[in-house]
Ligand binder design. Structure first.
Ligand SMILES: CC(C)(COP(=O)(O)OP(=O)(O)OC[C@H]1O[C@@H](n2cnc3c(N)ncnc32)[C@H](O)[C@@H]1OP(=O)(O)O)[C@@H](O)C(=O)NCCC(=O)NCCS
Length: 334
């Protein structure tokens, strides 16, 4: 029997209008454009404004646009997986809320929390549902309203993160395209360097936790940087070796956009050129689960059937991994 693979057959994204510049951040904390740009590569990030707007609002916009672009009836969707660390609420899953807002009625839905690796963990999970032969149309949506957990008095974290959502449609194929392989790893001891201290069962929300600013991202930047540089590069190089991919053979590296220096170090270790790497961190910052779909969405018109692509990510947990895929269609779907 011919093996089924999961192919990405459509992509869409949503970026909120409000653009937060480095100069504006310099009015909020002791920082400046030059420091942010040289240390992170970020110039602007977008922020979701407005009372009563959460991660699901961005996710639903991305999914509705995806359904329209791919001419897909919402009733045909079998499964929606949402990767997020900023769910609308502790429960139900944000995927449930997104599916409801996008009028998806015949699917089941759940969230995956793997921090900045959420998108690739979710893609691998979705691919396995497709490969089983029982599911024909699966949506993976990566959405994060990072501004809801960023402490805008902490200059070391508030410059990094932005809000956005991206959605991918996966369908079965027997052609030589689609998701070929994935390598995922995790090390829970890394949690000490990057986490949110309160709001979970370990330390439920209280006046004290709010006063201590414990509902925001806690990050030891240098420790995270060190792990991210080595792990994202290690796993990407491992994927190249496993599939005999020479640097010239790889069409694109799509790295999680956490810090330009991490991306450049990964590309150097892989032996590839700057032109082979999708980078848009300067405009969006780190949008956590949305960075990879945001890149694919922006580069969609340049992508061709058969392009060899490695997706790579590193995130809180620690979590990291890489996916090797061959792109399934030419150019942009309108
Ligand atoms: C956070 C990060 C940008 C900080 O850059 P860095 O080069 O490691 O900087 P350091 O933390 O060593 O800080 C150096 C100095 O800059 C200062 N600094 C931190 N943020 C600053 C800012 N926004 N503006 C100006 N100075 C700042 C620090 O206070 C420190 O000052 P000191 O030397 O007087 O103590 C970087 O560590 C990073 O990107 N880490 C990975 C984060 C990440 O990827 N997270 C998501 C997981 S996927």
């Amino acid at each position: 029997m011919t093996k089924l693979r999961a192919a990405i057959t459509g992509i869409h994204a949503f970026v909120p209008d409000y653009k937060l510049t480095n100069d504006e951040l310099a009015k909020m904390v002791d920082t400046n454009d030059e420091w942010i740009l040289t240390r992170t590569g970020i110039k602007t990030r977008h922020i979701l404004k407005g009372e009563g707007k959460g991660t699901s609002d961005m996710g639903a916009e991305a999914v509705k646009g995806l359904l329209k672009k791919t001419n897909t009836n919402p009733d045909e969707i079998d499964l929606v997986i949402c990767a997020t660390v900023t769910p609308d609420m502790q429960f139900p899953a944000t995927a449930n809320i997104i599916a409801d807002k996008a009028s998806i009625k015949n699917a089941f839905h759940f969230d995956i929390n793997a921090a900045c690796s959420g998108q690739i963990y979710a893609l691998t999970t979705a691919a396995m549902y497709i490969e089983s032969g029982n599911y024909k149309k699966v949506i993976v949506v990566g959405a994060d309203k990072m501004s809801s957990i960023v402490d805008y008095t902490d200059r070391a974290t508030c410059v990094i993160f932005g809000d956005a959502a991206g959605a991918l449609l996966l369908e079965p194929t027997t052609e030589d395209v689609g998701i070929i392989d994935s390598i995922h790893q995790a090390d829970g001891s890394g949690r000490i360097h990057l986490h949110q201290k309160a709001g979970g069962s370990l330390k439920p929300a209280s006046h004290e936790t709010v006063d201590a600013r414990e509902h925001y991202i806690y990050q030891e930047g240098q420790a995270v940087f060190k792990f991210a540089v080595s792990k994202m590069a290690d796993v990407s190089v491992e994927m190249m070796k496993k599939h005999n991919i020479e640097p010239d053979d790889l069409t694109w590296l799509v790295p999680h956009q956490a810090n330009l220096r991490i991306i450049e170090a990964t590309a150097r270790r892989m032996g590839i050129n700057r032109e082979q790497v999708m980078i848009n961190i300067e405009r969006y910052g780190n949008t956590t689960s949305a960075t990879i779909p945001l890149c694919l969405w922006e580069w969609e018109s340049q992508l061709k059937k058969g392009d060899k692509i490695i997706l790579a990510a590193f995130g809180g947990g620690f979590t990291w991994g890489a996916i090797y895929l061959k792109w399934a269609y030419d150019g942009k779907k309108e």
